[in-house]
Design a protein around this ligand. Structure first.
Ligand code: FE2
Length: 415
């Protein structure tokens, strides 16, 4: 496959890029716009970017809003109630159909790397097993990581630890946790130590739903960061949500940030979900309910954005478009300075890839696997402002999706 007249991020020149057997084989700067009948794709000056990465979604719950009843108040607590009504209807086939449909939606919007949580507060582990099976089936098209997520607590749910170990033995990629949901602070702290021990025992990554509350006294993040530092797992550990940090006072945060930086852990914020679910106990002024994305970013820590939900009991909207999530995040977090726009796309690309520990699998460099998307805009700013369509998505040289606007020589689809 040969792509001509493409722009790369932060470069004004045009480029020709070639793919051979799924790998970038040639990348060359052009001196001017060219016509080349042998080219597979004429990018027409549009932006060729690394694919979007979805680091936090719940595929086992996706597309269940309104089944059997809608969340009328929109609160987290009614969401839990509605999910408990939907849970008895779960089956492998039900989860499979909805997860595949959601993955299609993600692919359609330029996402090729996905980290999904799977609820393991379930003696049958049906969600976890189904999503692990799908992960193996879609390999080569989408990279899927499955988090064993103890929705109702690791230590507060009957046999929670045994279920987690069973999930890891079945093949879950990531150990999850939910310390602020455990019955007591002590159990929450213990659960963080346990999560790290299990990650070491099974050689897995860690991604914890951590302090997803407005409660400024929910301080499990410091325990997770310390355990990550002490164990040496560091950047293999991720703290999702950490919305309580939006309510921490500055004096505590100034101490906390030193530990966070040293620990090298990653952060995932889900702006649409958090602005919707947090701040529900406030009248006015009403908190935004997001973690300190801007400050973490400015302090040189790795932060990224995820969607969390698509059309489920907690969040009825959502459409697979990460540019929408990014747009919300930039507004809510006051990241609207001109310089912020130069790095904004990193929040749904490079930073998320680092969180998922993708390493060499994610780079537009000769010799690396050829993954890219083509966006309907010539630079980062235009793409952000217009929330541009993804025109084409290619994973390891295979065309996953293309819009009609892209001229492409069909015979070159399979490289
Ligand atoms: Fe989540």
């Amino acid at each position: 496959m040969k792509i001509i007249n493409a722009r790369l991020r932060h470069r004004s020149e045009l480029f020709t890029l070639s793919i051979n057997q799924g790998v970038w084989s040639h990348i060359e700067q052009q001196s001017s716009y060219i016509h080349d009948a042998s080219a597979t794709v004429d990018a027409q000056g549009k932006l060729l970017s690394l694919p979007f990465v979805e680091p936090h979604i719940h595929l086992d719950a996706a597309l269940t809003a309104g089944e059997p009843n809608w969340n009328m108040s929109g609160t987290l607590f009614e969401g839990i109630q509605r999910w408990s009504e939907r849970k008895p209807m779960l089956s492998a086939e039900d989860i499979r159909q909805r997860a595949l449909k959601t993955l299609d939606l993600l692919v359609e919007n330029g996402i090729q790397f996905v980290r999904t949580h799977a609820d393991v507060s379930d003696p049958s582990l049906v969600g976890l097993k189904t999503l692990c099976d799908i992960r193996d089936e879609v390999k080569g098209k989408i990279t899927l990581q499955v988090v064993a997520f103890p929705q109702e607590g690791l230590l507060s749910f009957p046999n929670g630890v045994a279920l987690m170990e069973e999930a890891l033995e079945y093949g879950a990629d990531v150990v999850g946790g939910i310390p602020h949901f455990e019955f007591t602070r002590e159990l929450g702290e213990q659960s963080m130590k346990l999560v790290i021990e299990l990650a070491q025992k099974y050689n897995r990554l860690v991604d914890v739903h951590c302090d997803e509350t407005d409660d400024p006294n929910s301080r499990f993040l410091e325990v997770l960061a310390y355990e990550a530092l002490n164990s040496g797992l560091g950047s293999r550990v991720t703290a999702s949500h950490t919305t309580a940090m939006g309510s921490y006072d500055n004096a505590y945060c100034s101490r906390l940030f030193k530990l966070l930086k040293k620990s090298e852990i990653n952060f995932i914020s889900c702006p649409t979900e958090s602005i919707h679910l947090q701040g529900r106990f406030d009248s006015y002024p009403k908190r935004r309910g997001l973690t300190r994305v801007k400050e973490l970013n400015e302090a040189g820590m790795n932060v990224c954005f995820g969607q969390d939900s698509i059309n489920d009991p907690w969040y009825s909207l959502g459409n697979g478009k990460l540019l929408r999530t990014l747009d919300f995040g930039l507004h809510i977090c006051h990241m609207m300075g001109r310089n912020d726009f130069d790095t904004a796309l990193d929040l749904i690309t490079r930073n998320s890839a680092k969180t998922m520990n993708l390493r060499d699998d994610y780079a537009i460099e000769v010799g690396k696997p050829a993954h890219f998307i083509l966006l309907d805009g010539e630079d980062d700013y235009t793409v952000l402002r217009n929330q541009s369509d993804v025109l084409m998505s290619v994973h390891q040289g295979n065309v996953l999706m293309k819009k009609k606007a892209v001229e492409i020589t069909e015979k070159h689809f399979l490289v």
